[in-house]
Design a protein around this ligand. Structure first.
Ligand code: TGC
Ligand code: FAD
Length: 387
């Protein structure tokens, strides 16, 4: 009997095309050689490892699935595999790429004017411009319809006032896509962060996603010319459709974090000797390891199916909610259990598991909390809105 790969029990690799495997393997090499060695220190130091950006750019990982504008136009499976590999290093690294690709470049590609696309997309792909996505406000993120940040017309300009909270890349960004209420509903504004009246302040003392920058944004009479408003997006559907893209990537990414934990705990359980036998030779430990493998395998299958549906142009936001919810919950449960199996060492940065576990506490909250995604699926099942 052939031996199965413990990290790919159903041989999902066999489902990938040659191009998809090549993308996965290339990003995996970058992650193993350049990203993983940096992440524990970056997390400890509460800093985003910006030295990785040139490598991300060289591999075409910023805006990887955008067609044209100096971007590679890879399919959705490739984008998913990129997220999975990057999150094997750290959720913060995947977050950086998610925001740049799905929450800044995707809306400019989908809702921007031709002039906006030409101006911003190549620079964002080259990492010369870093972007952030400002939707959440201090009074509550789950209900973006309660947005207070507003924009009023003034001659040929718009004037923005308000604030945003918990914004990934906020103080790194040269370009902030800020969503604001206008007389015609919610619109997206491309705000250059050196504009007068714009400021960003980092949120410190995080115990999660420490290798990612999270900021507050303040807008005090910020003037934005009319040609920097996204013409194709009016209403809440604009930002919510961007979230669908990013949540899709998260449904893949979290599997990478879970795989990193499983890999680490398998090594540990195999080598740790207690009561004259390896830890791995006890029934309850094997059951726990098997359960981790079950959760990861089913989550990866779900992501793969979702990716194929997306590439066929058939993906529904509720399906993305189901996958973001299921896969993030699976990854968090795997990480917590792996942390316990690592014993005392598992509470230190000697192992990556606790870092992944803490990061996943953010991932289960951002891009729609677990409850919000359960309620989206509940609405689909019953037709009743219960938010
Ligand atoms: P609702 O009435 O349901 O919808 C309004 C309009 O939007 C459409 N729509 C969507 N379109 C595409 N994708 C989706 N996921 C969509 N969800 C809704 C909908 O069809 C409708 O269109 P139309 O034409 O009828 O007007 O809106 P609602 O206000 O009832 O929303 C419900 C709810 C709770 C699901 C929504 O507000 C929600 O998703 N809340 C969670 C907010 C959230 O996820 N925020 C994330 C902020 S960004 C972030 O966290 C980045 S972290 C990045 C990182 O570091 O990786
Ligand atoms: P709340 O909305 O106040 O929710 C609090 C609790 O109430 C949650 O448990 C929630 O599930 C529950 N709840 C809410 N509504 C209901 C209901 N109807 N029924 C039952 N329970 C409910 N936002 C951006 O715009 N851009 C970013 O780049 C970004 N990056 C982030 C990075 C990090 C590290 C974090 C932690 C957050 C980021 N966010 C970003 C914000 C994120 O999207 C919000 O935190 C999230 O949407 C939840 O909003 P909230 O924190 O205000 O929680």
């Amino acid at each position: 009997m052939t031996t199965l790969n413990p990290l790919d029990l159903l041989d999902l690799r066999a489902e990938l095309s040659e191009e998809e495997r090549l993308v996965k393997d290339t990003v995996a090499r970058f992650v193993d050689e350049q990203a993983i060695p940096l992440m524990a220190e970056a997390f400890d130091a509460h800093r985003f490892p910006a030295e990785l950006v040139p490598g991300l750019v060289e591999l075409g990982l910023l805006g990887a699935s955008i067609e044209g504008y100096d971007c590679p136009g890879l399919n959705s499976i490739c984008y998913g595999l990129i997220c999975e590999e990057l999150e094997r290093a750290d959720s913060g690294l995947r977050s950086f790429v998610s925001v740049q690709s799905s929450l800044v470049m995707w809306p400019i590609r989908s809702y921007g004017s031709e002039e906006q696309r030409r101006r911003w997309l190549p620079a964002l792909a080259r990492g010369e411009v870093i972007g952030c996505f400002g939707l959440t406000e201090p009074h509550g993120g789950s209900d973006p319809g309660a947005m207070k940040t507003h924009a009023r017309r003034d001659g040929g300009d718009w004037v923005l006032n308000g604030s945003k909270m918990w914004i990934t890349n906020g103080s790194l960004a040269q370009l902030a896509l800020v969503w604001a209420v206008t007389d015609d509903g919610v619109r997206g504004f491309l705000v250059e962060t050196d504009a007068k009246g714009f400021s960003a302040r980092d949120i410190g003392r995080k115990y999660s996603l420490r290798a990612s920058v999270t900021s507050e944004l303040f807008l005090d009479e910020v003037r934005v010319p009319d040609d920097q408003v996204l013409p194709g997006a009016t209403g809440l559907k604009g930002p919510l459709s961007c979230l669908t893209q990013a949540r899709y990537g998260i449904a893949w990414g979290v599997n990478g974090a879970a795989l990193a934990c499983l890999s680490e705990v398998l090594d540990y359980a195999g080598s740790r000797k207690l009561f004259n036998r390896p830890l791995a030779a006890t029934q309850t430990v094997q059951r726990r390891l098997a359960d981790m493998a079950r959760r990861i395998t089913t989550a990866r299958l779900l992501a793969l199916r979702l990716g194929r549906i997306k590439d066929a142009g058939q993906m529904h936001p509720t399906q993305v909610s189901l996958a973001k919810w299921n896969n993030t919950r699976a990854a968090l449960d795997v990480a917590r259990d792996a942390r316990d199996l690592l014993g005392a060492g598992g509470i230190t940065s000697e192992y990556a598991t606790i870092r992944h576990m803490l990061n996943l506490e953010s991932v289960i909250t951002y891009e729609g909390t677990e409850t919000i995604h359960e309620l989206v699926v509940g609405r689909e099942l019953t037709g009743e809105i219960a938010f």
